[in-house]
Structure formats: C-alpha cells, structure tokens
Design a protein around this ligand. Structure first.
Ligand code: CU
Length: 275
C-alpha cells in the first residue's frame, strides 16, 4: 500500500455553486426516458416559493412527479408545480426527461418562473439567471445506468512520473454501483485516490474498496478531491491529446471513454462553470 503523499500542487478550490434554478445533470442521451430533477435552491429574496412554472422545449417529453405537499399541472408546453418551499430550503422536483434524437451537444433550454409571495423570478432570457438547460449526451459515455462526462486529465511535464484524471459519474438508476478501477495505456498503474485533511495538510491516499456511486447521485472526481492517479507514465500527457480511459464498475461493467488532456493546472469542466 502506498504511503499517503503530500500534494504539493496548488489545490483547485471549487467555487460555490451559484444559486440558479438548474437541473441536477447537464447531459442526457437522446431517445431514452431518464430521471433528472429540477433544483430550486432558494426562495426569492427570502420569501417562500409558491409555484414553479417550467417551459418544456418543443420535441422534449417530460413527466413530472410532485414532491410531498405539492400538486402538478402538466399543461401543454410546460409543467407547473404548486406548493410551499420555504426560502432557505433546496427544492428538488423529480422529472423523467426524453430528449429528441439530436446531435451530441444540442442544447435544450427550459425557461422557468419561480413565483414567490409578492415577486416572481425568471430563469431565462432577461431574467435573474440562465434557463435550466440540458444537452444531448454521447451514448458512448454511458455504462448501464451510469452517465459519464467531463473526462479530462491534467497535462504533465516530460519525465513527470504521475498524472491525474478527473470525471463526473451520474447514476440515473435505482441501485448503487461502485467504480472499482481505471486504466490508461500510457500509465503502468492507475489507481483511485481520495484527498483527506490530516494535521492540516491535504494528502492523498488509495480509495480502498472503490468509489461508491449512489443511486440517483452524481459523483465528481476533481483535482481537489477523489481522482484517478496515473502512475509510472511511459510518456507525458500532452495538452490537447485525447486518450482512451477505461473504467470498471462493479455492476455496470467496463466502458472506455475519451479523455481530453487539458492544461497542467486545469481545474474543472463546464459542469462547474457558472455565469
Ligand atoms: Cu493521487
């Protein structure tokens, strides 16, 4: 077992997610009914939310479920939830979404109005923030119920023995899975690592038993947290290259996904980007 290694590189600090109304996922494969949720992180200026009106773009099919205490009106062109969401509570509105057959990366916007006691916040053009958006995912980036995205490595200097790999895994299914192993041709060993604070120092250590991917959850591997460690590299990871990364899950099996090599200090992907 490796001794924990002190991480000398500057840690990437994830910016706190801004409190936009958004989906809990960024991308879904087309032509499949998949679970997602509309997240309403807070009220309007401290007032509780009474109604959420979401526009459904043409061609997209959405079936909504009412959270406890809420009612739903599924109207043509959209869905309206009515209930009471206290200002400091994060609202989770489950939906099943089917995106139409479309090119990978096609964007679908769901402009949403959040109605509070006396005010209405608009999430969409001219509103408080961007509309909740989904894009068409590459079906090759899926293993069973798991959707894989934002796969990247940081570039390494020539002669550097190790590198890091990062990605996002979303479990759209109803059973937990576990990421057991990863593999990369140009690394003689690839292992799963966690970051933990010991005596005020951030260290990394092997993730024994793999990385749990809870049902309905999203797990981010990122420079400041859990990551894939590529060891004994046979050559540098060069910015701009795309390399096949193999992932092995306990239940979903093995899938090989393209991994882009980003800058040596790359922090995160567009999934962490907020306007
Ligand atoms: Cu590591």
């Amino acid at each position: 077992m490796l001794r924990p290694i002190t991480l000398t590189a500057a840690l990437f600090c994830a910016a706190p997610a801004l409190a936009h109304v958004s989906f809990d996922t960024r991308a879904l494969p087309a032509d499949q009914a998949l679970a997602a949720a509309l997240i309403v992180p807070h009220g309007c200026d401290g007032a509780p939310t009474r109604e959420v009106r979401m526009t459904v773009p043409e061609g997209v099919r959405v079936v909504a479920t009412a959270p406890d205490g809420w009612t739903i009106a599924q109207v043509s062109g959209g869905i309206t939830w009515q209930g009471n969401l206290p200002a400091d509570v994060r609202g989770v509105f489950p939906v099943t979404v089917t995106l139409p057959a479309s090119d990978i990366g096609t964007e679908f916007a769901f402009p949403t109005e959040q109605v509070c006691d006396t005010t209405t916040e608009v999430w969409g053009d001219g509103g408080a923030g961007p509309a909740p958006t989904l894009v068409t995912a590459d079906p090759a980036m899926a293993a069973g119920d798991l959707l894989i995205g934002e796969v990247f490595a940081r570039a390494t200097l020539p002669g550097a023995p190790v590198g890091g790999g990062y990605l996002t895994i979303r479990n759209t299914g109803t059973t937990d899975d576990v990421l057991l192993a990863a593999g990369l041709d140009v690394a003689q060993t690839s292992s799963l690592h966690k970051m933990e604070m010991t005596d005020g120092i951030m260290r990394m250590a092997p993730l024994d038993g793999g990385l749990p991917i809870p049902a309905g959850g999203t797990v981010d591997l990122q420079p400041s947290g859990n990551h894939i460690m590529f060891e004994r590299l046979t050559g540098p990871l060069v910015e701009g290259e795309t390399l096949p990364l193999t992932l092995t899950f306990r239940d979903a099996g093995t899938v090989t996904v393209p991994m882009t090599v980003r800058a040596i200090n790359a922090g995160g992907g567009s999934g962490h980007h907020h306007h």
